[in-house]
Design a protein around this ligand. Structure first.
Ligand code: NA7
Length: 542
């Protein structure tokens, strides 16, 4: 017997869970959020490493659902740092009185569907359980930390820190020899800060990334003043965009190789000066589909690396060559490349000299021991499916989600999975999620799920579930878009390639937030074809 019953259980109190709770309450549904941390924030609660910051501009990466909220909140910088985003989410929780329906310090272990009662029972590590007809996950796409399986890691004598689980009291690296493993976004943001503090910093690189500048600056008051006069229009432009961002140099409506050299250089310099990743993703008609076109853009960025990094050998090691730009997640920096011009920083190429073991004194590669007092694991996440698979989710007939997804996730619209009635995933695999401004995608998912719950209530219906054939079609559609792009030419966490043994399946819908929204809207407006409601299905169209 469950301790408490609700209309909906929401797992996670980050951007997704907070808005979902607020939305359901407004519609008269009772909901309980369950959160492992002791406060709200999700990604922005856990990722407290030095330099942690959003790569999307702050006034874009924020909620649009409440006009007063967006009018009153002031961002201090173009790209907000983690503490400020966390404060924002805490403010949202207070402003809308959300905490009273959030159970903190409670980790969900299992969610089981009971056919007889048509309810989910969610059990937790505190021993409490909850039941509700609807279960909604707001787990985040990058929240299950990927701890590398390096021999000897546990033998290290110093402190080991993970960027995704950073100590709340912070870490003082003054006078320390620090080793950082990984050169993804978290390392690119944290190493400039660590290098300025530490005695020595050694960075272990497996794959170099393309890194574009943030060009961060304090908030431009004049711009924000104008923005707030017509924030609604700006939000609409975000929703109608490719990536969920409105303040960006538009896509150049030309093929890259058709542009004369001087014109091309001038345009790329403009994109570089503007900063941010969005201007470098889908920058031209064919930049994401034609390798030669992409190569010209990549070469521009490589030239910038050569300009910034003083030592030519180090510059070469930092230069990505093996994969197209914007197939691995583009990174955004504040002083990353310049960090390698410091005397106390060294780059180790793990392709030339792989790590053999970690020893009490440091990291031993195939040729030498790099002594360290502290080790920072910036090794990423079991992305997209890791947090879902960590929970023992069982649907119809007791089938386990992690078994059904053993060869990769199966969803319809990235929102639901056949065989798991009334289970909704906010920014689930095969939705735009990490291929977009997450907040725009989160709001769209929350609104769509809420509309569907209202639809069910109005019909007196109890269950909704996608049809296997619509799910199959959606998976094929996601694959078609993937195969049209250059993504198959890179080993990335989008594909699960960073986690040993994980199936290589592309998990992001890359058709753009606008196209995706249109599909979802059409499904809703047509009475949910592709879904069975109380066992009854309309014909399937995607
Ligand atoms: P990422 O982008 O997945 O980066 C992880 C880094 O760690 C990357 O350079 C990996 O190399 C490296 N890595 C992972 N495992 C190992 C082992 N075993 N040995 C050596 N190096 C390893 O995670 P981040 O946290 O930086 O960023 C995640 C996202 O957060 C980011 O894209 C933004 O969306 C925000 P690899 O490239 O796999 O060769």
């Amino acid at each position: 017997m469950a301790d408490r019953e609700f209309d909906a259980i929401i797992i996670g109190a980050g951007f997704s869970g907070l808005y979902m709770l607020h939305k359901l309450r407004g519609l008269g549904f009772s909901a309980q959020v369950i959160e492992a941390a002791d406060d709200v924030g999700g990604t922005w609660y856990w990722n407290r490493y030095p330099g942690a910051r959003c790569d999307i501009e702050s006034f874009e990466y924020s909620y649009s659902f409440d006009e007063d909220l967006q009018q009153e909140w002031e961002w201090s910088e173009r790209y907000a740092a983690q503490p400020e985003i966390l404060r924002y989410l805490q403010h949202v929780a207070e402003r809308f009185d959300l905490r009273r329906d959030i159970e903190f310090e409670t980790r969900v272990l299992a969610a089981h569907w009971d056919e007889g009662s048509a309810r989910w029972t969610v059990t937790t590590d505190t021993g409490k359980s909850y039941t509700a007809p609807y279960c909604i996950t707001g787990l985040g796409c990058l929240s299950s930390f990927n701890r590398p399986d390096i021999p000897g890691l546990d033998s290290f004598a110093g402190e080991v820190y993970s960027t995704g689980q950073w100590p709340h009291q912070g870490v003082d690296f003054t006078g320390k020899k620090v080793a950082v493993i990984g050169t993804g976004s978290s390392a690119i943001q944290s190493t400039p800060v660590i290098a300025a503090e530490a005695d020595r910093l050694t960075i272990f690189q497996r794959t170099p990334n393309y890194v574009v500048p943030a060009q961060n600056h304090p908030t431009d008051r004049e711009f924000v003043g104008q923005l707030k006069q017509s924030y609604g229009e700006f939000r609409e432009a975000q929703r109608r965009s490719l990536l969920g961002a409105a303040r960006v140099l538009p896509q150049t409506p030309k093929t890259v190789l058709s542009i004369p050299e001087d014109e091309f250089q001038a345009e790329m310099e403009q994109r570089w000066a503007m900063g941010g990743l969005v201007g470098f993703m889908a920058s031209h008609l064919d930049s994401g589909t034609d390798r030669d076109a992409n190569e010209r853009i990549a070469e521009f960025v490589r030239g910038k690396i050569r300009e910034k990094v003083a030592d030519p050998d180090t510059a070469e090691l930092l230069t990505p060559r093996s994969y197209p730009i914007a197939t691995k997640r583009l990174c955004v920096d504040i002083g990353y490349y310049e960090t390698f011009n410091r005397d106390n920083v060294e780059l180790v190429d793990l392709n030339a000299t792989p790590i053999d073991t970690i020893e009490p004194q440091g990291v031993r590669t195939s040729d030498k021991l790099y002594e360290a007092d502290a080790l920072v694991l910036a090794t990423g996440f079991d992305a997209m499916t890791g947090s879902l698979n960590r929970i023992d989710i069982r649907g119809r007939g007791g089938e386990k989600l992690r078994e059904k997804w053993a060869e990769g996730p199966h969803t319809h619209l990235g929102l639901m999975s056949a065989g798991f009635p009334n289970l909704f995933m906010i920014t689930g695999p095969q939705s735009p999620s990490v291929g977009s401004n997450m907040v725009v995608s989160i709001e769209q998912h929350v609104d769509w799920i809420a509309d569907l719950l209202v639809h069910l209530r109005e019909r007196g219906a109890g269950q909704v579930e996608p049809l296997p054939e619509s799910q199959k079609e959606w998976g094929e559609h996601v694959d078609v878009l993937f195969n049209m792009s250059l993504h198959p030419q890179a080993n990335t966490w989008y594909l699960g390639a960073n986690v040993p043994g994980k199936p290589r399946v592309f998990t992001v819908y890359i058709g753009g937030v606008h196209a995706y929204r249109n599909v979802c809207d059409e499904v809703a407006e047509s009475g949910y074809p592709g879904f069975a409601i109380d066992g009854e299905a309309k014909s399937n169209t995607v």
